[in-house]
Design a protein. Structure first.
Lengths: 857, 150
């Protein structure tokens, strides 16, 4: 092949995204340029997470992968470009606007559409399907409008009790509507679970306020007197009132383009492809839900991704073939765990079923094993799917021990410790085997979870396999003799969490005692600040108390932020971003008097730059005298609580976000932690405070507050995840108290909440169990610890100003306290000063040099 | 990280000054240049550095827990800011160290050698290693010799 060949992908869904991502990752020589023609007016998004659009409300939450992919010069994305015609002779496709695109190779990735059974009234206003962002947005607008018009909660009905139906029911609940799921067959999710599982699932779902009607065939949708959806009538003559109806009755492949182009179509639809994803035409492939592969279309993302990878591999000369679909699935529907994997219905001849059901706890588990009860074939888990990550990869392997260990509640009897075979598929989203993970450790030299994730892509999609990946990596490192060291530095063999416990239990309070008891040597710039932070978290004494000044990084030692030239910036606290005019004026006056550069920070306060060490006490005196205090902008501690203006002024605010932000900031101010902590409070779902980008985000609802945790800006941005919803003020404080304290006790050094939460065994669900379900029995202790912090808070600046011994450390030179650092040099820029660059110093362009010290009063 | 280079002769010149028990009065010092008294020994808080200005040169002085006193240049070669007195003292193996507060490079307090570069280059034209100054403790006073060591 000469030059660059042109690939055209018809369809802009998740599988199209995976195809482009894989192609650009592997086609290093740029053999192919690729054009994606998407029908929707947006880039590919995570359709599986569609329901989270109701809680997150931000379409960007659903973005897939790195957006840079679309900026690649060899990638072209055309949105709103539905293809209407394929000319296989001319090798071109034409879109709805009449634009023609030539191709060397065509990839059909048109996916599915939501199928609706022919039903009377299916065209009434108020009837929806559940497939795209636009479907979901339209549903939301309709429900919100109907609630206003009707002046009561909206009654919703979902036709179809499969996976998508339960998702839709969850979405309706989320919108404050009542929902009833109407299922044609005898149980919910009949494709994934058996009768016992279906019963357990129904009980769990009903407990959440969703009604379930099985064995019910919908006959017609009848209008109310306004002509909108009013009620459903059933084949058994029953009726059900409904203001909104969602069809979730399955999907069908969008194969019409293939049909028109004369490509062979499967018996039940779909463009027929072979195991290499090629159609009968060697210039046309089909991948994802539209492909009829091994005789069927598969409506799951994992096999779709596998097909995308195979198509890419083949285009690049590879030899991979489709291994058959892994239809295993683990879902969390309305907060209920459901998992099904392998031969879940025991269709293998001679297969045995072992079941465990606890109707009180709402748990149903079934393992399907071979006739000798040794080899796992499949299983169903409802209500507690914690064993899924360990069990699914074991399908086809010996269970090694009493299978009951997997069925009974964790801890009842010991689970057999089995070595997973290399071919066991660990990450089904990205098709990564245990062998590949072991290879990443043994051959590619990865030594931690992050490295293995980057190297193999395991756990980078849904993340459900992460605990297992972590375990495998740990086991492999241990085997190869590499000690899995979580030592903080050469002086302490402990991780930060272990050291925290050791210091707490031993009640030692000085670094010298601590390093003597638990470490070696004199310490260093890693362990000293960590110990200083632990002592501060535990006892909330002044950062400069006893021998602690020498433990602190310069920022904590002088309670200001060191800048590149060795001067400091000063940030007084502005709780919740609310500031009185006289404080604004004072900050202005101080900045003018000391010639400080001023800038508004990202945390809704004001930073004054260029203060010398020896100037800090005079600046603090001015601030403290006027009632301001340290903003801890320098500490690994609470920084700010950002807020929007809230219900006091805003036309849309539903709660007092400023009042809540101030209360939170005053509560957690000065709290020392493994890394900085930022909070945000928004007064309504518009989320102007960007609270979900914070470690803790509090967002107002009609009924109270939702609390989100583990958000992060910085290097790897993360949106915070929902911890609790619709709680009152007191509960907001309580859950945040516990969450933060638990984080402080168990996180690694410099580990922010997002990675801590992700890597904590069991993830956010397990953390929720600790801080709300009190699964470790430590909530009272966490509460007491935080109460002690709140009670003993003092302003660090004020404390230093009252202590002549500590004040003495704020001098320029021990032998010349009246001399300013002569090496400082500045130039003027936009009416303020900034440090001179080395070139400016050399070129004599320096305009402002420091004067001698003004005498402190 | 490339293997750090030891500054020539630095060790030889420091052995006599590194411990207060060996300290003698400035007048008995072997160096011909004037030692300058910068502060009292008790003015120094263990493990907390101070800066001194001696004949226009900024020197960072550290008293460690074992009672030894060390002096190195205050100028951080990697940032160009005079800040090393405000770094964190510690040890790497048996070597007492100081870490720069700006980009966290670690230097030996005995030889001035840069032990950890944090994958950064020093400022153009600057050596990654620190100048080390002779210190004498004559009981109550701390004296520093600002002359460049050969």
């Amino acid at each position: 092949m000469t030059g660059t060949a042109q690939i055209v992908v018809v369809g802009g869904g998740m599988v199209a995204h995976r195809f482009v991502e894989a192609l650009r990752a592997r086609d290093a020589d740029g053999r192919y340029a690729v054009t994606v023609l998407a029908e929707e007016p947006r880039a590919p998004y995570d359709r599986v997470a569609l329901t989270s659009y109701f809680t997150g409300r931000d379409p960007e939450d659903l973005a897939l992968g790195d957006p840079e992919l679309w900026a690649d010069p060899l990638v072209r994305l055309e949105r709103d470009a539905k293809v209407v015609e394929i000319d296989r002779e001319a090798h071109t496709v034409t879109d709805v606007h009449g634009v023609t695109y030539p191709y060397d190779h065509l990839v059909m990735a048109t996916g599915s559409y939501a199928w609706t059974p022919p039903t009377e009234g299916a065209d009434l206003p108020g009837v929806f399907v559940y497939r795209t962002i636009d479907d979901v947005a339209a549903l939301r607008i309709y429900v919100e409008q109907r609630r206003k018009d009707l002046g009561r909660p909206v009654r919703g009905a979902v036709i179809g009790g499969g996976l998508l139906g339960l998702e839709a029911a969850g979405a309706l609940q989320e919108l404050g509507a009542h929902s009833t799921v109407i299922q044609f067959t005898d149980r919910l999710m009949n494709l994934q679970v058996d009768e016992g599982g279906g019963q357990a699932l129904t009980r769990l779902i009903e407990k959440l306020g969703v009604s379930v009607k099985c064995n019910t065939a919908t006959q017609a949708i009848k209008p109310d007197k306004t002509g909108r959806v009013g009620r459903l009538t059933f084949a058994d003559k029953g009726e059900q009132l409904a203001d909104v109806v969602v069809f979730a009755t399955g999907v069908r492949p969008r194969d019409e383009l293939g049909r028109e182009a004369g490509l062979p179509i499967g018996e039940r639809g779909g463009i027929v492809v072979d195991d290499t994803c090629l159609t009968e035409d060697p210039h046309v492939s089909a991948i994802g839900e539209v492909a009829c592969i091994q005789g069927a279309c598969i409506g799951l993302i994992a096999p779709g991704n596998t097909m995308a990878e195979i198509a890419v591999d083949r285009l690049l000369g590879g030899t991979s073939t489709f291994p058959g679909a892994d239809t295993a699935a683990k879902l969390k529907l309305l907060g209920v765990d459901v998992a099904s994997f392998g031969d879940a219905f025991a269709t293998t001849p001679g297969a045995l079923e072992l079941t465990y059901a606890d109707p009180v706890a709402g748990v149903y588990k079934k393992l399907v094993v071979t006739d000798d009860a040794r080899t796992l074939l499949g299983g169903i888990l409802v209500g507690d799917a914690s064993a899924y990550a360990s069990l699914r990869p074991l399908v086809g392997s010996e269970l090694g021990g009493d299978p009951a260990g997997w069925l009974l509640p964790e801890g009842a009897i010991e689970r057999p410790n089995v070595e997973l075979p290399d071919e066991a598929n660990i990450c089904s989203c990205n098709n990564v085997s245990a062998g590949a993970i072991r290879g990443a450790v043994n051959e590619d030299g990865c030594t931690d979870l992050a490295g293995v994730k980057a190297c193999t892509k395991a756990g980078t999609s849904c993340g459900s396999c992460l605990p297992l990946v972590k375990k495998l990596v740990g086991a492999e490192l241990e085997k190869s003799g590499i000690e899995v060291s979580n030592a903080m530095c050469e002086h302490f063999e402990f991780s930060r969490a272990q050291l925290f416990d050791a210091i707490r239990v031993s009640e030692l309070r000085t670094f010298s005692e601590i390093i003597e008891r638990f470490g070696t040597g004199r310490g260093c710039d890693l362990c000293k600040p960590a110990v200083g932070s632990i002592l501060a978290s535990l006892y909330n004494e002044h950062v400069l108390a006893a021998d602690r000044a020498a433990l602190q990084d310069t920022n904590d030692r002088v309670m200001a932020n060191m800048q590149k030239d060795g001067t400091y910036s000063v940030v007084p606290r502005v709780p919740g971003g609310e500031i009185k005019p006289e404080h604004l004026i004072l900050i202005g006056e101080i900045a003018k008097e000391f010639d400080l550069y001023t800038k508004i920070t990202g945390g809704q306060r004001i930073d004054m730059f260029g203060a010398r060490l020896d100037q800090l006490p005079s600046i603090w005196t001015r601030l403290v005298d006027a009632g301001m205090e340290s903003g801890h902008a320098y500490g690994k501690s609470l920084r700010t609580v950002k807020s929007c203006v809230g219900s006091d002024w805003c036309r849309y605010g539903v709660q007092d976000s400023v009042g809540m932000a101030i209360a939170l900031e005053m509560r957690y101010r000065g709290l020392r932690s493994p890394h900085k902590i930022k909070l945000g409070v928004s007064g309504c779902a518009r989320e102007c405070a960007e609270a979900r980008g914070k470690d803790v985000g509090v967002i107002a609802t009609d009924k109270g507050w939702n609390v989100y945790v583990g958000g992060n800006g910085g290097f790897t941005p993360k949106h915070a995840q929902l911890l609790v919803e619709d709680v009152d003020d007191a509960t907001v404080f309580q859950v945040i108290d516990r969450y933060l304290m638990f984080y402080i006790r168990t996180a690694d050094r410099l580990q922010r909440t997002a990675p801590w939460q992700e890597e904590y065994e069991g993830g956010l669900d397990a953390i929720r169990e600790v801080v709300i379900g009190d699964s470790l029995g430590i909530c009272a202790d966490l509460d007491a610890h935080m109460a002690r912090h709140v009670d003993t808070y003092e302003d660090e600046w004020k404390a230093v100003l009252n202590d002549p011994k500590r004040l003495a450390q704020f001098t320029s030179f021990v032998n010349a306290p009246d001399e300013a650092d002569p090496s400082l040099a500045y130039v003027e820029q936009r009416g303020q000063r900034r440090p001179a660059t080395p070139a400016e110093r050399a070129g004599g362009a320096v305009l402002i040099a420091p004067a001698t010290l003004e005498v402190r009063s | 990280m490339s293997a750090p280079v030891r500054p020539r002769d630095a060790e030889a010149n420091l052995t006599e000054a590194s411990s207060p028990t060996q300290a003698s009065a400035p007048s008995q010092a072997s160096a011909p240049t004037a030692m300058v008294r910068i502060c009292g020994f008790e003015d120094l808080v263990p493990e907390l550095g101070v800066a001194a200005l001696v004949s226009g040169t900024q020197i960072a002085v550290f008293r460690l827990t074992d009672g030894s006193v060390h002096a190195v240049q205050n100028l951080c070669p990697f940032s160009g800011a005079s800040v090393l007195s405000r770094g964190i003292t510690g040890s790497r193996g048996d070597e007492p160290t100081i870490a720069s507060p700006i980009y966290k490079q670690v230097f030996s307090l005995v030889t001035g050698e840069c032990l950890v570069t944090m994958d950064k280059e020093p400022m153009p034209g600057a050596s990654p290693h620190l100048r080390v100054y002779r210190v004498l403790v004559d009981g109550p006073g701390v004296w520093v010799d600002p002359t460049d060591l050969p």
